[in-house]
Design a protein around this ligand. Structure first.
Ligand code: NCD
Length: 296
């Protein structure tokens, strides 16, 4: 059984097939590839975009979706993750989509189920479909992505989006530069690192801004978000006339991560990312559920 727990689960060929399919859905529409299929979504952590994106993607392909309300599910009554998984599996769904606050939760669950499991974000570990839709958005814009430089800016250490993007984008030949204050910088030494956006602004093709993951900080790290914004907010002033693609996985902290003016700028792709997310997730669902031949 093939699952999508992190980006490494898909080799380059599979990713390219998924992108071709997503592009086809985007340009020409989508048939009922998942009619008579049942998909369960179970989100142990809040989500606006990802949950609705998966559910809309599944419904557009004709699947039925059962969305488990975790606050009323048995996990709040003390049921273990293992038992939750076994019970869901007994209902014979065609796929289960999980978000959990703990890194590794979806991997553990995938060991006990007989259908594809898709990780919709686990702690600070991975968020594979976000990285896929980000790369799809970059590829649509640049066509050839090899050698392009991307600055990932912000709370990298606590971000599953950063983790998944760093793995996937570097595998596709992009040069990743990490821009963060020391306490948000991961310990990896495999990528160029800097504390100053100004230092790299003239050489990057893409900026991926990240949300400060305040819910994952044990203590307040910056004196205030305003202080953080002074150094790391992506402003119109900073970007100037440069042809830089600006991305963010959402939710955006306005005027902390990106300022109002840049959010309205044509170079800002935040809503395009959301739109592409639907098509990429449709392609992922079809590939995993129908176990298409491109899977290796
Ligand atoms: C991200 C997430 O939840 O991991 N958002 C998303 O899925 N679009 C990023 C975040 O919460 O900052």
């Amino acid at each position: 059984m093939k699952h999508l727990i992190n980006t490494k689960d898909f080799d380059i060929k599979t990713v390219e097939h998924i992108f071709e399919k997503a592009k086809l859905f985007k340009d020409t529409g989508y048939p009922n590839l998942l009619s008579d299929r049942l998909i369960i979504t179970i989100f142990f952590e809040n989500s606006t975009r990802t949950k609705s994106s998966f559910e809309i993607a599944a419904k557009r392909l004709g699947a039925s979706v059962v969305s488990l309300d975790v606050s009323s599910s048995s996990s709040s009554k003390g049921e273990t993750l293992f038992d939750t998984a076994a019970n869901l599996d007994a209902m014979e769904p065609d796929a289960i989509i999980v978000r959990h606050k703990d890194a590794g939760a979806s991997k553990i669950l995938s060991n006990y189920i007989n259908c594809p499991m898709i990780n919709a974000g686990d702690g600070a570990h991975a968020h594979p479909t976000q990285a896929l839709l980000d790369l799809f958005t970059i590829k649509e814009y640049f066509k050839e992505v090899k050698g392009k430089k991307i600055a990932i800016v912000g709370d990298i250490k606590n971000s599953r989006v950063a983790n998944s993007n760093i793995e996937l984008l570097s595998r596709f030949g992009l040069e990743v530069i990490l821009v963060a204050p020391p306490h948000f910088m991961p310990s990896t030494k495999n990528f160029r690192q800097t504390y100053s956006i100004k230092e790299i602004i003239d050489e990057v093709d893409i900026i991926m801004s990240l949300r400060t993951q305040t819910e994952r900080h044990n203590n307040l790290i910056y004196a205030s978000l305003k202080d953080y914004a002074r150094d790391f907010c992506i402003t119109k002033e900073l970007i100037g006339e440069r042809e830089i693609l600006l991305m963010h996985p959402g939710p955006v902290h306005r005027n902390v991560d990106i300022d109002d003016k840049m959010l309205q700028d044509r170079r800002c792709k935040v809503l395009e990312q959301v739109k592409n997310g639907l098509f990429v997730r449709m392609a992922v669902l079809d590939t995993l559920i129908n176990q298409n031949s491109e899977l290796s």
